[in-house]
Design a binder for this molecule. Structure first.
Ligand code: SF4
Ligand code: SF4
Length: 323
């Protein structure tokens, strides 16, 4: 089994289009399982032309929210004062109530509440895990977070666990990561054998590429780069290529700007199928063929592009207001 994660550090740069093309191409010769690891905004099923009908769906719970037991509450208001997320309000009847969409389950309210048992915690639905089969023969595992539930790396891990339960030795798992470098992306990259980093020639995307590249080095993963819409800024595209060369990243290819991509998305058909002769389709298929070649010569590619030493991982910690 081999797992590859496609990441970008920034949303909207064409990562899912690259992931879908790679999955479709590899599936012609290999057993493939695709994982859409962006539970906030899952879209791989749309790019692959699938509806919202799933072969199976499972509720997924991992978080707890506070609930105030009205009969026990003395209405002292302490909990509302300390809640860092302002999740507690007073309703029309004067009762203190927790808004479960905002509550993060931090338990601060329980710590200050003077009445035993006035605040309890309930498990809440975090999202749904689901699976369907694509018309290209491979299954797609996807997840969807409930509105207001926090981004979850655990949910991505759960998706990857489901994928691994369906694999055999020859399976390739193609993980389409979320944007950013948050816990969903960390979970997407953790355990992957290689990473494919997608960037556009914009300063924001280039910076995001560097950040996500650090993560791949932390995991000691060999990585490769795809530049999308490279002709929008050839100078910056050349800088990204130079960065790839200097940092031992394999350059997989450059995809030109091409409005056949947004058109194919609107049609819910992969661009390589809707507009096979378009410049973007040809470039994407070339990228996918390069990935096939990497798998065919896996050991030598892995040794050549594996980072020489791990990058220390420094998570960015954002504290809620008032802490
Ligand atoms: S658990 Fe935390 S977020 Fe939820 S209501 Fe209590 S203090 Fe607010
Ligand atoms: S701190 Fe406890 S008793 Fe006071 S308002 Fe909140 S739930 Fe009620």
């Amino acid at each position: 089994m081999l797992e590859m994660a496609i990441a970008s550090g920034k949303g909207g740069v064409g990562k899912s289009t690259v992931s879908a093309t790679i999955a479709i191409t590899l599936a012609r010769r290999r057993k493939v399982i695709a994982v859409d690891a962006d539970a906030d905004a899952p879209n791989m099923h749309l790019i692959l032309g699938l509806s919202e009908e799933w072969e199976w769906e499972q509720p997924y719970s991992e978080s707890m929210v506070a609930r105030i037991v009205t009969e026990k509450c003395t209405r002292c208001g302490e909990c509302m004062t300390v809640c860092p997320y302002k999740a507690i309000y007073v309703d029309e009847e004067g009762n203190y109530v927790v808004n479960p969409v905002i509550c993060e389950g931090c338990e601060t309210c329980s710590l200050v509440c003077p009445v035993k048992g006035a605040i309890v915690r309930d498990e809440t639905l975090s999202g749904m895990l689901r699976m369907t089969r694509t018309r290209y023969g491979f299954p797609l595992i996807s997840a969807k977070l409930e509105p207001g539930r926090p981004n979850s790396g655990k949910l991505v891990t759960e998706e990857k666990t489901k994928a691994k339960e369906m694999t055999d030795d020859d399976t390739v798992i193609v993980v389409d990561s979320a944007a950013g470098i948050g816990c969903q992306v960390v979970s997407s990259l953790a355990g992957a054998n290689m990473a494919i980093l997608v960037a556009e020639p914009t300063p924001a995307s280039f910076n995001a590429l560097k950040r996500v590249h650090k993560l791949t080095k932390h995991f000691m993963q060999p990585a490769a780069v795809v530049i999308n819409k490279w002709d929008m800024n050839p100078d910056l595209a050349a800088e990204i290529e130079a960065y790839a060369r200097e940092n031992n990243l394999d350059m997989l290819g450059k995809v030109p700007f091409d409005d056949s991509i947004p058109k194919s998305m609107a049609m819910m058909v992969p661009v390589t199928e809707a507009f096979p002769d378009s410049p973007a389709s040809k470039a994407l298929l070339e990228v996918a063929r390069r990935v096939e070649a990497i798998l065919d010569e896996w050991s030598s590619w892995f040794m050549r592009f594996r980072p020489k030493k791990p990058e220390p991982y420094r998570p960015i910690i954002i504290k809620p207001e008032g802490f």
